[in-house]
Write a protein that binds this ligand. Structure first.
Ligand code: NAP
Length: 309
């Protein structure tokens, strides 16, 4: 089968499509024929070596945590799952970006029929991270919360989940994304010079929680705006959180990611939450896909199309 591999740290140029043996399921495992695989900025930092202290690569390394596809083989002792069943997969083995992916049977979730294949490959990393951010900051009806990177891969989930709580949501994002943020029920605010004053002007009574998906000074900004430390959450600026005593909980903090993905799959399938897809690339254009991921701009997610549904 074809699979994404890299054999050294580097820029997107180290990513290759290689022919590797297709996996066979052992007891308690399943194989998914991958239809769509997700992309996330964290994979770029594993590949570049920027994240190697926390997440070292084991060369030759594979890539990808998010996938959706159809069960092609079911191992001994697996019950309740059948070959041919459409599923969403949660991989912790960096193997989602391949024609076939081996997973423990308890890391696949039935895919609701109306859940779009591209959206299905965004729910694990970005979606469950957003659930953690909401859990940590617990926005409430009657409160005002601010979200940075509000239209991004994680941000689009966080923004819509925050709106579901009934809170007023100030969505800090590039102007090209404002219309969509407004359609979701958020109040878009442009980033850049004067942001602090714009936030003070629209929320003269204060902001009760700050959810940062972008880094680069938003933790400090939240504290200047008077947001209590335990309701300032970042998923990216760990240094600021450590220095200033704010919260930095990521996807690993979710107790039951399978339940989280199941919940999100139904919210998206039922049209409660939208997953904007800003780019789709065939598997063999994985380098182009990560160039787009690493631009850190735009609305929603980039997905790899691996095979026909
Ligand atoms: N800790 C964890 O468990 C965890 C999990 C997932 C992701 N992450 C991290 O979280 C971060 C976000 O991930 P993602 O997938 O959401 O990334 P993304 O899809 O690239 O989103 C980043 C967003 O930030 C916006 N942006 C650009 N400049 C900005 C600025 N100056 N101020 C505010 N927003 C700005 C971008 O679009 P516009 O400029 O077009 O508005 C884009 O929508 C990454 O660093 C990722 O590694 C951590």
């Amino acid at each position: 089968m074809k699979a994404v591999r890299f054999e050294e740290y580097g820029d997107v140029g180290v990513l290759r499509i290689e022919d590797v043996p297709a996996p066979e399921p052992g007891p308690g495992e399943v194989v998914v024929r991958v239809v769509t695989a997700g992309t996330n900025p964290g994979e770029a930092s594993i590949r570049s070596g920027a994240g190697k202290d926390r997440f070292p690569a084991r060369f030759p390394e594979g890539q990808g945590s998010d996938l959706a596809g159809v069960l092609s083989a079911v191992g001994e002792g697996v019950t309740g799952l059948a070959v041919g069943q459409p599923v969403v997969g949660l991989s912790d083995g960096r193997n989602a970006q391949a024609e076939y992916a081996l997973l423990p049977a308890d890391r696949v979730v039935p895919k609701p029929e109306s859940l779009d294949w591209a959206a299905a490959a965004t729910l694990y990393v970005a979606g469950t991270t957003a659930l953690v951010m909401i859990d940590v900051t617990h926005p409430q009806s009657g409160e005002t919360v601010a979200i940075s990177g509000a239209a991004g891969g994680v941000g689009a989930f966080v923004t819509q989940l925050a709106i579901q709580t009934g809170a007023r949501v100030l969505a800090v994002a590039g102007e090209a994304n404002h219309e969509r943020l407004r359609a979701w029920g958020a109040e878009p605010i442009a980033y850049g010079d004067g942001l602090e004053q714009r936030l003070r002007d629209v929320a003269p009574d204060g902001i009760q929680a700050f959810l940062d998906t972008y880094g680069g000074g938003y933790v400090e900004l939240a504290l200047r705006l008077g947001v209590p430390k335990d309701r300032v959450e970042t998923i990216t600026d760990f240094a600021a959180a450590g220095r200033l005593g704010t919260v930095a909980k990521g996807m690993a903090a979710l107790g039951d990611p399978v339940a989280g993905v199941t919940e999100l799959a139904h919210l998206v399938a039922d049209g409660v939450i939208e997953v904007p897809i800003k780019g789709r690339f065939p598997l063999d254009q994985v380098q182009e896909a990560y160039r787009a991921v690493e631009s850190r701009s735009g609305l929603g997610k980039i997905v790899l199309d691996v095979s026909a549904p």
